[in-house]
Design a protein around this ligand. Structure first.
Ligand code: AMP
Ligand code: MG
Length: 416
């Protein structure tokens, strides 16, 4: 049996990152930058007002107080978007809106709340210093400043920054396209009546959704019966637009019933093995098609399929975008119940991680004594999707450990 690490290393060694290309902003969410993005223009590009108020010279309102306000004539109004050049003569002011360009001659803005809001003349009740409420050119970024380093996974704020910096497109590795194929003669679509012996198909929907949650485009193919030719045909059709393929079912020890194993073994580029883990021992991985598209053949039991997805497919998806998987490192937690684990296999038990422990409302806790607790759920068999749905984490029990007592510290992997 292969260790989890050996198997994962083999997978990652086989993944070639997707080609980066120039992506329009509309398609850039979830992509990973290939190359630094630097500012071409200053942000903001011109001095502008941070407030609705009056642009003027600070010296002209020295000594203004609520009891002795300073009155100034208002020489004009500058709304945001006004592109004409304005000037303020000494002893006068201009009404100005947030985001409007500062007029020549003015060095500060008095917010409207400190005035009587006058239209022709304004009474100013408070002196302000020069530079107040003025957003200076380049105060957010200067030309040449690094805005986003290469390798950034573009989220909403990054996308906003690209737009604010005037970029209509950017060079990045796109979100991977994932195709999911479920195999099994027993599978029928939810919404149709079952006859005994059949089950509603769930893995395909779950895995496609998991891929979407991980930031991919995902497509689910129609259910494939347990038939070699049908499996190969489905893989062939999935190849058309997929960067990564996932199958579920048909890879265990059932001989000719395990059609995914039989069909893909015939290609010679996909290998099947046992990985020393529970759930998810039978695994297959390889490449298919002219572009050597990676394919994962996950076991059919829903919990096994999902755990395998988290452990092996998620890092592969990161690798497709040449991005580091920093978000999936295990962390320690204290077990609240004893657990059992088979020898020579790493167990990934479903558990509920309680992040609130030691942080009761109003209570001052010492961070050093605060250990998160994890409670293994009842129902650890690999078909028990309902118990997986109650869990938010996987408790990792090492290969050489067969039992752990309540109170022991374990490594825990938070589920996405
Ligand atoms: P297999 O890996 O094909 O031997 O399947 C193992 C178990 O997982 C069997 O109980 C299957 O009925 C179940 N199973 C396989 N594929 C799916 C699926 N797409 N959705 C739900 N259960 C499945
Ligand atoms: Mg099957």
């Amino acid at each position: 049996m292969d260790s989890v690490e050996k198997y994962l290393a083999e997978i990652l060694a086989a993944i070639r990152p997707l080609q980066s290309r120039e992506l329009a902003l509309a398609e850039v969410l979830g992509s990973v930058l290939d190359g630094d993005v630097t500012a071409e223009w200053p942000l903001p590009a011109f001095d502008n007002s941070a407030m609705d108020g009056y642009a003027l010279r600070a010296v002209d309102i020295k000594g203004a107080t609520p009891d002795s306000p300073v009155s100034l004539p208002v020489c004009g109004e500058i709304p945001a978007g006004d592109t004409t050049r304005h000037a303020v003569e000494p002893g006068t002011c201009a009404r100005i809106m947030t985001g409007a360009p500062m007029p020549d001659g003015a060095d500060t803005v008095v917010q409207v709340e400190l005035t009587d809001g006058g239209i022709d003349t304004v009474a100013i009740r408070e002196a302000v210093e020069a530079g107040i409420s003025v957003r200076l050119t380049g105060s957010d970024a200067k030309p040449g400043d690094l805005l986003l380093p290469s390798g950034t996974r573009i989220g909403a704020v990054h996308l906003g920054l690209l737009a604010a910096a005037g970029r209509a497109s950017v060079r990045a590795r796109p979100r991977p396209h994932v195709a999911v194929i479920s195999t099994g003669d027993e599978l029928v679509e939810p919404g149709t009546a079952l006859i005994p012996g059949q089950i509603w198909e769930s893995n395909g929907k779950m895995l496609a959704a998991a891929a979407r949650e991980a930031g991919c485009e995902a497509r689910r193919l129609p259910i494939v019966p347990d038939d070699n030719e049908a499996v190969l045909a489905a893989v062939q059709s999935a190849l058309a637009d997929a960067d990564l393929l996932i199958t579920s079912g048909g890879v265990s020890m059932g001989g000719e019933h395990d059609v995914v194993k039989a069909a893909l073994t015939s290609l010679g580029t996909v290998t099947f093995r046992k990985v020393a883990m529970q759930p998810g021992m039978p695994q297959g991985f390889g490449v298919v098609g002219p572009d050597h598209t990676p394919i994962f053949t996950l076991p059919g039991n829903p919990v096994s399929a999902y755990v395998s997805f988290c452990l092996f497919v998620l890092p592969a998806l990161d690798a497709l975008q040449a991005s580091k998987p920093e978000r999936r490192a295990p962390s320690p937690a204290r077990l609240t119940r004893p657990v059992q684990s088979p020898p020579a296999k790493r167990s990934f038990l479903r558990g509920i991680l309680d992040r609130q422990v030691g942080a009761a409302a109003g209570q001052i806790t010492q961070v050093t004594t605060q250990v998160t607790q994890v409670t293994p759920v009842t129902g650890q068999a690999s078909h028990q999707l309902a118990s997986l749905a109650r869990a938010n984490a996987l408790v990792i029990v090492p290969e050489e450990v067969t039992s752990l007592e309540a109170g022991e510290i374990v490594d825990v992997l938070e589920l996405p």
